[in-house]
Design a protein around this ligand. Sequence first.
Ligand code: C2G
Length: 144
Amino acid sequence: MHLKQEQQERGHRPAKRVITFGTFDVLHVGHLRLLERASQLGDALIVGVSSDALNYAKKSRYPVYNQNDRLSLIRSMRYVTDVFVEESLELKRDYIVQHAADVLVMGDDWAGKFDFCNDLCEVVYLGRTPSISTTEIIEVIRRA
Ligand code: C2G
């Protein structure tokens, strides 16, 4: 008998696994709140941190913090169970399967973009924290 089935038959609810993705460059409170709320949707939160190469491909610039530092920062947060490197946007479905995710969470700047995964898991978009972004922080520092 599978563990999940056995747990269900014994009245145990299987651990609900939540997955989310992001660059999390120049970590700020918007990132923190997203991860806190995502963690509240399940028992374990797995975070795919976009690689430096993926960022370059998406935005034509490298993040301010390199991927090892971004992974270390996210791994250290108490809401986060585990982290991995997100190498490609095209691999969402593979990552969901590999990490046995029950819920995919993204900020609502991505609303609708990941609905193609809703046969694999629940897809939830959370509202972004207003008035803060990595781009704005970089601008403020530039002007200082
Ligand atoms: N976020 C938020 N509030 C903000 C800023 C960001 O809730 N003020 C959320 C975003 O919606 C996202 C997460 O924090 O869910 C990480 O944000 P980014 O680092 O900007 O992520 P992004 O570069 O969009 O990468 O596969 C998807 C990509 O890897 C997402």
